[in-house]
Design a protein around this ligand. Structure first.
Ligand code: NAG
Ligand code: NAG
Ligand code: NAG
Ligand code: NAG
Ligand code: NAG
Ligand code: NAG
Ligand code: NAG
Ligand code: NAG
Length: 861
């Protein structure tokens, strides 16, 4: 036995040496990182441009026989790579990962493990329990990726470790050990070299009160750690590619964890690195945004600015505070005390005094031990104005926060599988309530994956999904969006209706809006006859009806058991009643009686834009007609974005939401009139979300922030759809053509636009017009929202394309273009307007009828 172990060791070392020579070269391309795509057979590039290599050559011993490909790609994945492929092992299996040239300053190895517990053919992730070790550190033990994902409402798990650098080695070993009769799986391994980020020993919180940590633990330079949270306090999500120091960290927004709000601010001055804070410590964006308490000292004295996190007991944690006070300009202006779990971590923190200047970044580490007492599994961080110092402002401040779990004396970092957190569930509920009218961004603002510990996404109706998975039915862990649309509305349906009573409309809305009685509505729809159903939305069914004798209307009925509550209903009325525009479908009135709610809209005689493009064998639209329809829709969207009191983001721009009246005038609508749906039962959400997915802005997924540029993206897809007369997603086409946005961009960039141009249009489009149009559509699909044009620009360019079609070579055009440019530079300040996302529940009205879409190869992500 002993001998065997030794032979094994020697074998490993010999193997490792060979590996090092073989891979130092290939490592060069990825600079300081190694990205191993487990189970993949070729190099794959992820959304951030990193190349993930196949894993086989790094497996030193163990089970090399099985790989699998996930059957679904959850849209919440930041990128298909490395999540899609998995390595599956049934016996102990080791990866040897060469570190390449160890840099002089390398003191830490960042190790990230990627798990995507999805549907795989022939194996069931529910049966997978395993341990992961690296060297003699235990990173995970009896780990179930699916249980963890369930508890955190995430579709994938990324675990990040900051390992003390192996001094004399140029490799690290990662070993998977399946539990008995089980198997292990992993999707990706990422290894990066980093300087020592823990350059100073932490201050022990509450050292006076016996916190249970012996002082030797205070030296952290040689300790390995796991990242638990990393937050850009008061700021927005920072993606790995925007991290500093080449460390590819994700920084999440802190709002899911903060209690008692406070206010956020952004620096209006230049901030730079210094001796204490080098670029690898944190990106400057972390220091440029902050959260503080507010202007009223009397209120501030009454509360603590507090963040609450979940923690695994029996571990010590390092809590790193990042500060930069870009407002205070003398000492004793802003002085506060810091408590961690009721222990005093710092008396009288004065950032200005510490940094001796305004706008100077700093960091400070504190350590806390979380006891194994019953129920003590939280980490509570509180900032309290220091009354005793009598500062000028009675305020506190935080810019960034990181929490690391320190390995224990047994070199263990593994905790038990989490169970679903009551705290998180409550938090999510609160968020939902407070955000009900404001903005959708709030729901997703929390970020999706905070290192596999606690992320606030949204409540999953998990059990059902699990059942679906078990039964091998379609999607599991439905895309975040599916959940948002249901959960955001879920709570407030019937019970809310009963307790809240009726709708309260503003005078303004009421005067613009007509009230219908239920009997009028019933009469109009023949008692909600199925024969009158013309569509199905997230809200309920849509009926064609007649009012006042001969006026045809569309009536959207809230399914009494549907999930849209009074608030949403009210919001929609409030908003739509004020929106009057030639290119928006208008609301005529509403009905609310008993449990019934209904909205009455103008009826659009010619149906959806989409059905005129393909499918219904209608007469082919000419290029001019298509342009006019797109221009109309663009005007409608432009108005939504800029014309109303608040910026309104449509969120569900697609060809089925562009309706045509009897005169073929395009009107943007929010509900899927064309869907002859019969599947508003369980499971519809999956088709639903996949269906709309072809239009969804990939950046919206990644950054989790909704802007009007997401509509611009979707509109870009609409433009290509109009040109090519094919669906945004079509699974029947070859793989590279499935997603219209990918394929059209490919064609546009490679000058083969004719490949996607509707054959009916060939030879009938003026080349210049086509170029203008395609360029515009391409810009709409820019990867980053900031690079996309505004709807106003899109509109102007489309008008230009129309002119080029009608009057080729008109010299007037170019002059106009110039004027337009001037106008553009002078009038840019609408960004400040509040975001008000319209129709939160309608993101995903419908599928594209082709039953089972695989998700597109969304390279753009
Ligand atoms: C790293 O060490 C080598 C040899 O000791 C030295 O030549 C090189 O300049 C050092 N590089 C840096 C960046 O300090
Ligand atoms: C492994 O975890 C599962 C689920 O958390 C638990 O039921 C089981 O008892 C654990 N097994 C061991 C050996 O700890
Ligand atoms: C990185 O930051 C820049 C500037 O803030 C932003 O425009 C860009 O979208 C960010 N990239 C990602 C991938 O988030
Ligand atoms: C920056 O903000 C401070 C206070 O918030 C204000 O006094 C100052 O005028 C601002 N400076 C600029 C250049 O806007
Ligand atoms: C901290 O104090 C609050 C109230 O003062 C109490 O509810 C909470 O349990 C305490 N937390 C810890 C970790 O002792
Ligand atoms: C602020 O936190 C400290 C330490 O946990 C606690 O003693 C104090 O009561 C808190 N103050 C308020 C207003 O909650
Ligand atoms: C609708 O239903 C009521 C009773 O439920 C019935 O009296 C009425 O005739 C029906 N109207 C139509 C148009 O079917
Ligand atoms: C329908 O309404 C129009 C005007 O709104 C009117 O001229 C026409 O006579 C009406 N037809 C019927 C059948 O009531």
């Amino acid at each position: 036995m002993f001998l065997m172990a030794i032979t094994f060791k020697i074998y490993k070392v010999v193997f490792a040496i060979c590996l090092i020579f073989a891979f130092i070269a290939s490592n060069e391309a990825n600079k300081n990182g190694l990205y191993v795509g487990c189970g993949s057979s070729e190099d794959e590039i992820d959304a951030d441009g990193r190349t993930w290599e196949p894993d086989l050559k790094y497996i030193s011993y163990g089970d090399k026989s099985m790989v699998a490909t996930a059957e679904k790609q959850d849209p919440s994945l930041p990128s298909p790579t490395p999540f899609t492929n998995a390595r599956i092992v049934t016996s102990e299996t080791s990866y040897i990962l060469p570190l390449g040239q160890i840099g002089n300053s390398t003191k830490r190895i960042l190790l990230r493990l990627y798990f995507y517990p999805s549907l795989y053919p022939n194996f069931d992730v529910f049966d997978s329990f395993f341990s992961v070790t690296s060297g003699d550190f235990t990173l995970l033990s009896n780990f179930s990726a699916v249980i963890t994902a369930e508890a955190l409402s995430q579709s994938y798990i990324i675990k990040e470790y900051m390992l003390a650098s192996p001094l004399d080695q140029s490799l690290i070993v990662v070993t998977l050990m399946p539990a008995e009769k089980s198997f292990a799986f992993i999707n990706g391994i990422e290894v990066l070299q980093a300087p020592e980020v823990f350059d100073k020993d932490p201050i022990l919180a509450g050292s006076d009160s016996g916190s249970g940590v012996d002082s030797s633990a205070l030296t952290v330079a040689n300790k390995s750690m796991q990242t638990m949270y990393r937050l850009n306090v008061g700021g927005s999500f920072i993606s790995p590619s925007n991290d500093s120091g080449n460390l590819l960290r994700s920084w999440y927004n802190d709002s899911p964890y903060v209690v008692g709000q406070g206010i956020t601010s952004h620096a209006n001055m230049t901030i730079g690195y210094n001796r204490d804070v080098a670029s690898f410590i944190a990106p400057l964006d972390v220091y440029k945004s902050s959260r503080s308490m507010g202007p009223d000292p009397n209120i501030n004295k009454q509360f603590n600015l507090t963040w609450i996190f979940e923690a695994e007991p029996s571990f010590a944690y390092i809590v790193r505070f990042h500060w930069c006070d870009f407002v205070a300009d003398k000492i004793n202006q802003r002085v506060f005390n810091i408590y961690i779990n009721n222990h005093t971590a710092q008396d009288v923190a004065d950032v200005y005094a510490w940094t001796n200047g305004k706008g100077v970044p700093m960091k400070k580490d504190y350590m806390i031990f979380v006891n194994d007492k019953n129920g003590n599994n939280e980490l509570r961080i509180e900032l309290q104005p220091s009354i005793s110092s009598n500062p000028q402002w009675f305020d506190s401040l935080l810019n960034g926060l990181e929490i690391f779990k320190i390995s224990d004396s047994k070199r263990n970092l593994a905790g038990p599988n989490p169970s679903k957190s009551i705290m998180m569930a409550k938090k999510i509920d609160d968020e939902k309530r407070s955000a009900a009218i404001k903005s959708t961004a709030a729901y997703i603002g929390g970020g999706v994956a905070v290192f596999g510990l606690a992320a606030v996404a949204v409540l999953v109706v998990y059990n059902r999904e699990k059942k679906v998975l078990r039964e091998g039915k379609s999607s599991w862990l439905l895309p975040i969006y599916g959940r948002i649309s249901r959960s955001s509305t879920g709570k407030s349906s019937l019970s809310a209706k009963k307790s809240q009573g009726s709708i309260h409309l503003s005078l303004d809305a009421a005067s613009n809006c007509r009230y219908f009685s239920l009997s009028e509505i019933k009469q109009a729809t023949k008692n909600f006859s199925e024969s009158r159903v013309i569509g199905v939305g997230g809200f309920g069914k849509v009926y064609k009806g007649k009012i006042d004798g001969n006026t045809t209307v569309a009536i959207k009925r809230s399914n009494p058991s549907s999930e849209q509550g009074v608030n949403e209903f009210q919001t929609e009325i409030e908003m739509l009643s004020k929106l009057r525009h030639k290119h928006l479908v208008s609301l005529i009135g509403f009905c609310e009686e008993g449990n019934e709610m209904a909205l009455v809209y103008d009826y659009m005689g010619l149906g959806t834009f989409r059905e005129h493009l393909y499918k219904e064998n209608k007469q082919t639209l000419s290029w001019k007609q298509r342009l006019e329809i797109c221009i109309g829709a663009a005007r409608g969207l432009h108005y939504l974005h800029t014309g109303a009191q608040y910026m309104i983001i449509h969120r569900d721009v697609k060809t089925t939401n562009i309706l045509l009246d009897d005169n073929m005038v395009a009107k943007v609508s929010d509900f899927g009139l064309s869907k002859t749906g019969s599947d508003m039962n369980e499971g519809h959400v999956s088709t639903v979300v996949k269906g709309s997915f072809g239009y969804l802005d990939p950046e919206y997924f990644r950054r989790q922030q909704l802007t009007e540029k997401s509509d611009v993206y979707s509109f870009g897809v609409v433009l290509f759809e109009s040109l090519s007369a094919r669906p945004a997603l079509n699974s029947k086409l070859p793989k590279e053509q499935v997603s219209l946005s990918d394929y059209a961009l490919h064609c546009q960039r490679n000058g083969c636009l004719e490949d996607i141009t509707d054959p009916e249009l060939k030879g009938k489009i003026n080349t210049e017009s086509l170029n203008k149009y395609a360029e515009t559509a391409e810009k709409c699909l820019a990867k980053h929202g900031v690079d996309r044009p505004s709807m106003g620009d899109v509109l102007w360019n489309l008008e230009c394309a129309l002119q080029l079609q009608e009057h080729p070579n008109s010299p007037k055009l170019y002059q106009q273009e110039k004027e337009h440019e001037d106008e553009k530079t002078s009038g840019e300040s609408s960004d400040q307007k509040d975001l008000l996302a319209m129709h939160r529940n309608t993101l995903s009205l419908e599928s594209l009828d082709d039953d089972d879409f695989p998700l597109p190869a969304y390279k753009g992500l």
